[in-house]
Design a protein. Structure first.
Lengths: 191, 191
């Protein structure tokens, strides 16, 4: 078995959501598994000086159009949430509170709640409700969970992750849903 | 004949160079012509707060790797120039000094000089030399040429162009060489 693909994303990232809907199938096609690693873009933005796309003059307007067109291009249902962006902190904590087998289904449920059903997953109570629907009862205020989440986010930043989605395959980094084609070719054969 | 595709780019943009090597063939495949419109990213960056990629912490290191990998992905020869980025002002002026038939060959020669042969096209004398090689003698200090160039760049900014490459097809904007696939599908059928 080849090494897993590291898949970093922020729960509030539209392109991260699109990637989340597609990465497992891509990896499976190339005999790979995926290590899902949610992180917090805000922490990376402090280092790169970046800002959430919708807040940027001119580029923000383009971005909203591009989010929806990219979703149609990739055949993934998406709406722009009423409250956008939001903090992915509660979602990250809920994710890291579970054992590895249960994490990805929760991540997908959270992303779909936010980007399809317009549920504000920045609110911890909504995250807890979605987790409960899958049979989990995360205690988001638990201090060891907070510490674990922080160390996962710090580890992503230390690896140089500055955007969402961000993939690493055999040491090669790919930033953006728009590098999916390069990632796919790389998995077939590094170029 | 369908409307031309507007193709905006900065002469110092690696992704703009990759697009320049590919846009004419893509357009022709879909029965379109291309209106080449070089502009100056610096003017757009003042509005969006963006900065040249190589100057950004963490993201800059990734960008250099991505430039070269993207060039290999698209099958276009490219080296990262020793002096990078440079001002595209002299190149823009030389471009707009010519009549429409002669502009695109000069643009391609300038881009290849910079991204393949490592000629610093930020230096007006190098731009003049490359133009001379194609039989042109632009006077880059001509005041009406300066004015024309400025009005072309201002018009691009007024259209909302904030990056390079940036395409507009029938009113639909596409930013980035990584939207080439969406542009191609759009030309076949808007989605």
């Amino acid at each position: 078995m080849k090494a897993p693909i590291d898949f970093y994303f922020d729960f509030s990232s539209p392109y991260g959501y699109l990637a989340a809907e597609k990465i497992d199938a891509l990896a499976a096609k190339h005999g790979r598994s995926v290590q899902w690693r949610p992180m917090l873009l805000g922490a990376a933005f402090k280092l790169t000086g970046a800002a959430p796309l919708p807040s940027i003059p001119i580029k923000g307007e383009y971005a909203k159009r591009d989010f929806l067109r990219s979703a149609r291009f990739h055949g993934v249902p998406m709406k722009i949430p009423s409250v956008f962006p939001v903090s992915g902190l509660a979602a990250c904590r809920a994710f890291y509170s579970l054992n590895e087998n249960n994490r990805v289904p929760l991540a997908k449920a959270l992303l779909r709640a936010y980007f399809v059903d317009d549920v504000n997953i920045g609110e911890p109570e909504n995250v807890v409700k979605i987790a409960a629907g899958l049979g989990h009862k995360p205690d988001l205020s638990d201090s060891s969970l907070k510490e674990k989440t922080k160390s996962e986010v710090d580890a992503a930043i230390a690896k140089g992750v500055f955007g969402s989605p961000y993939f690493v395959a055999d040491g090669e980094p790919f930033w953006g849903i728009d590098r999916f084609d390069q990632l796919e070719r790389w998995l077939a054969k590094p170029f």
